[in-house]
Design a protein around this ligand. Structure first.
Ligand SMILES: [Zn+2]
Length: 237
């Protein structure tokens, strides 16, 4: 298997948070699973280390990243600063049409939750934050918000989230009400306390030992990749 292919498989695995934190990715084991030399595996691991998708410890090898609580806190803090500013800006500038669009959005969130449609509800609750950023009509703000919200979503894959731990529906409604009433101070406060609550609801995974083994996860991932490639091959020949 080529370096690029091994890199693609491992980075997808790491980004999806399928492996527990601080798990050793042994060169020997990986070389065996991929059916390639240790040198080739080592090159890929170093590249992934540069990309900060795993951690290289001198003389000890490569390890999956342990979710860093301090970094998680910094990301949520950055979101509070940015999104409180977005809320303040919108309270002063929202058009009636935008208010209606937001009302429709929080109604759909509540509806999905009431129907027990968890997948839709999670998607809509993340979108709520993107919609607010979009309403500033400022591409720089939108880009920053997208990156930060994306990073918190990646964090969630490392943490065990308790029921209803992403975005509280009532909290979004409180933000909406303040914005619809053009109450700047209230909107800032509602956004800031919402993001603090989301952060406190994140619970780090405790039992990493109970996670799946490297071998089982990787074997599955390689099989998926081969099946996908097998389907593509006839068309490319
Ligand atoms: Zn939210």
């Amino acid at each position: 298997m080529e370096e690029a292919e091994i890199h693609a498989i491992l980075s997808r695995l790491l980004l999806a948070g399928k492996l527990p934190g601080s798990m050793k990715l042994g060169e020997h084991k990986l070389a065996e699973l991929f059916g390639v030399s240790r040198e080739r595996v080592r090159k890929v691991l170093h590249r992934l280390g540069h990309e900060r998708l795993l951690k290289i410890v001198k003389n000890r090898g490569a390890f999956t990243i342990e979710p860093d609580q301090r970094e998680a806190h910094l990301i949520y803090e950055a979101r509070r600063i940015l999104e409180s500013g977005i809320a303040a800006h919108l309270a002063d500038n929202l058009t009636d049409a935008q208010v209606e669009r937001l009302r429709d959005h929080v109604d759909r969130e509540a509806d999905a939750l009431r129907k027990g449609d968890r997948a839709t509800w999670i998607r809509l609750s993340a979108e709520f934050h993107f919609v607010l950023a979009e309403m500033t009509e400022n591409p720089i703000i939108q880009r920053q918000a997208k990156e930060l919200v994306g990073r918190t979503m990646m964090l969630v894959t490392f943490y065990e989230t308790s029921a209803g731990s992403t975005c509280g529906c009532e909290e979004h409604r409180a933000i909406f009400r303040a914005l619809a009433g053009r109450e700047r101070g209230k909107a800032v406060k509602a956004m800031s306390s919402h993001l603090s609550l989301v952060e406190t609801r994140l619970k780090p995974l405790v039992c990493v030992e109970e996670g799946p083994s490297l071998e089982s996860v990787l074997t599955q991932e390689i099989a998926t990749y081969r099946a996908w490639r097998g389907e593509l091959e006839p068309a490319t020949i």
